[in-house]
Design a protein around this ligand. Sequence first.
Ligand code: C5P
Length: 224
Amino acid sequence: MSEYESDQPPGFVIAVDGPAASGKGTIATGLGAAFGLPVLDTGLLYRCVGYLVQKAGENLDDAASATAAAILLTADQLANPALRTRAAGEAASRVAVHPRVRDALLEFQRTFARQEGGAVLDGRDIGTVIAPDAAAKLFVTARAEVRAHRRWTQLKAQGERVTLKAVAADIRRRDARDGGRDAAPMTPAEDAVLLDTSEMTIEQAADAARRIVEAARARWTVSS
Ligand code: C5P
């Protein structure tokens, strides 16, 4: 049992947003374990939509095809290892610009966030759109070159043959697309705590995130 599981009040939602390879996924998983909460990696939803569109031989920029895939998406499809590839990340960011795709994925995410006891969700728009009332909000970031190096190391470990230069270009392109789109652009919520992990090990980042959330949880317990 986790440190907090026994007296976990209902509805404690933790929103973890940030750009690609900032460390937010690992941080969200760590927070889920520490606070005894289920975790949803919402990037997987967009990755899955992109993957399904490509698998059907359709165009990622075609909003109707991507929306149809988003409507039909089921939770059991999210475990597919093909969603972790570099190509799936790029496809995800292309389908994520379509407002109707985002709308189709909204309810699944909100239902996850609303479950009894609470939840941790990581993504780009959790603190701004999916769970604006979340009790704890983090915006995890790191310098682009640090994130590129992390993602390159991760992709190599997965067996992908790719250069650091190509991964750095991916990261820059994704940052620009995710931050520049009209629909739910990646931006820190006004009440999010910024956590720059550039100079941190993953253990240090997870520890810093836990302390930020502990403080938010203390405030939330008093107010609820
Ligand atoms: O987090 P991850 O890198 O897996 O996300 C893949 C892509 O999915 C992002 O680059 C972004 O375009 C999109 N995404 C999003 N909103 C979220 C999560 C992911 O637009 N909440």
